[in-house]
Structure formats: C-alpha cells, structure tokens
Design a protein around this ligand. Structure first.
Ligand code: GTP
Length: 246
C-alpha cells in the first residue's frame, strides 16, 4: 500500500451517521452494474469510519441497475418501475454486505419490503441495537413505497435512527454554485441552508428529502467518495466538503 493511513488526532464530530451512496458510485468505471473493486474500496472506507468509533447505517440507490423514473419515462407503469428500482437496491445492499463481511465488518441488511429468506425485515429498534453493537446496518428497498426516492429513504431512516448526520458520498467534493464539470467559474459552498438548496435548485437531494432533513434538523454533508479514506477524514472535520444546515 502506497498511501499513508489516516490517523485522526481528534475525536470524530459525529456519534451516529447515515451514509447515503448512489447506485452509480458502485459501478466504478463501468456503465452498468457493480464493480467488485469499487464496492470493496467503499466497504474499506466504511470500515475506517466504524473503527473510528462512529455508528454507521447505510442506504443505497439503484441507478446502476434500474431507475424507476426512467422506466416510467419509457412507458412503464410508475409503481411497477419503482418496485423494480427497490429490488435493485436489495441487490446493491447484499453486494455491500458481502464486501463488508469479507473484511470482517459485522453488518445486517434490513429491507423495507419483506423478503425473510434473504434479509431481516426493517425493525427500528432492532436496527438501533445492531448499531449499538458496532454493526453496520444497510437499509434496503428504499421506503418500501413507490414514488419515493432513495434520497427520501435516506432522510427518513436517518430521522428514525436519530442520526447526527446524513453523509452523502458523491463524485464531487461538495455543493457548487453550478455543475463544476460544466462550468469552470463554479464555486464551492462550505455551508449552505436547506432553503437555499431548495430555492437555488441545487439538486443535492430531491425536495422531499431536503425538507424532511430540515424539519428534523439533520445536517447533510456532501463529500467525494472517490478519494480513498476521505470518508473518515470529513467526519473528523478534515478535507473538502459542504454541509447543508440552518
Ligand atoms: P443479536 O440479537 O444482537 O445477537 O443480533 P443478531 O442479528 O446476531 O441475531 P439474530 O439471531 O436475530 O440473527 C442472526 C443472523 O440471522 C443475522 O445474520 C441476521 O441478519 C439473520 N436474520 C435475522 N432475522 C432474519 C430474517 O428475518 N431473515 C433473514 N434472511 N435473516 C435474518
């Protein structure tokens, strides 16, 4: 290994967090599906966070497998398309659990849609107990309802789990005034209010998710998941990120 491991000199800023990761982030360099190397690297990033003493739960998207919205746009019934998206999340959740187990991180998958032969059903108190024991809980199948995004599922579960933070791992290192991939003059916010995210239409998460986070006063941290060990760093207040809060 060439990189020096991050050795925090301070305590983490958060006790319990929800990590939101998009399905696309699990594709790595591919255009579809799961890239085992990328999933393994993200599992190692999660391990660093668990080792720092932070309780972690995770929600995943399914854009690497199936997007309900695009299915509906192509003439499919929206509810059916969303059900397919939720099953895509279960696939991603099982892949992430497998990668965590390979590096000896205890984890449990809880699904919003019952599939008892495959994983546990979602039970709030049980999920909290798992986290108290240092296990990573991966919430699968979104909210279990069509018409809700995985971002909304993330905010809902973070609220139910009394998380101190929603950590959203993305391709970029924060929220910019414009898309930094397209506009060279775009500047990054260090902090921004929930209301500004909504009124400026910055598309960090959908409006339902942002409103729910605002109502429950849970900050949202946007950071880059592409850099190794960046996840644990930002949770110690180091590196680049943007925080959405009031
Ligand atoms: P503790 O009660 O804290 O010891 O938690 P635990 O999760 O280790 O206990 P439990 O005996 O409930 O679970 C043992 C294993 O079975 C874990 O890997 C769970 O994820 C799994 N498990 C528990 N309930 C279900 C279920 O309804 N369906 C499936 N597929 N697996 C389950």
């Amino acid at each position: 290994m060439t990189n020096t491991a991050f050795a925090p000199s301070t305590k983490p800023l958060y006790g319990r967090i929800l990590f939101k990761i998009s399905g696309e982030a699990l594709m790595g360099p591919n255009e579809f599906g799961l890239d085992p190397e990328t999933v393994d690297r993200i599992a190692r990033d999660i391990k660093d966070v668990v080792d720092a003493g932070i309780q972690v739960c995770v929600t995943v998207g399914a854009g690497n497998i199936f997007r309900g919205v695009s299915g509906a746009a192509n003439g499919m019934d929206r509810t059916t398309a969303d059900h397919m998206g939720m099953l895509g999340i279960v696939i991603n959740a099982l892949a992430l659990q497998n990668a965590l187990e390979n590096i000896d991180v205890d984890s449990r998958v809880q699904s919003a849609i019952r599939m008892d032969e495959i994983c546990e059903p979602y039970i709030r108190r049980r999920a909290m107990r798992h986290m108290d024991k240092g296990r990573v809980v991966i919430f699968a199948a979104g909210t279990g309802n069509p018409y809700f995004t995985s971002d909304t599922a993330a905010t809902l579960r973070a609220s139910e789990m009394n998380c101190d933070l929603i950590a959203k791992g993305t391709k970029v290192n924060g929220i910019y005034t414009a898309d930094p991939m397209k506009d060279k003059n775009a500047t990054k916010y260090d902090t921004i209010s929930y209301m500004d995210v909504l009124t400026k239409d910055l598309r960090v998460m959908d409006a339902t998710a942002i409103s729910l986070a605002r109502e429950n006063n849970i900050p949202i941290m946007v950071f880059s998941i592409r850099e190794k060990q960046n996840f644990v760093k930002v949770l110690h207040g180091e590196g680049d990120y943007t925080i959405v809060k009031d």
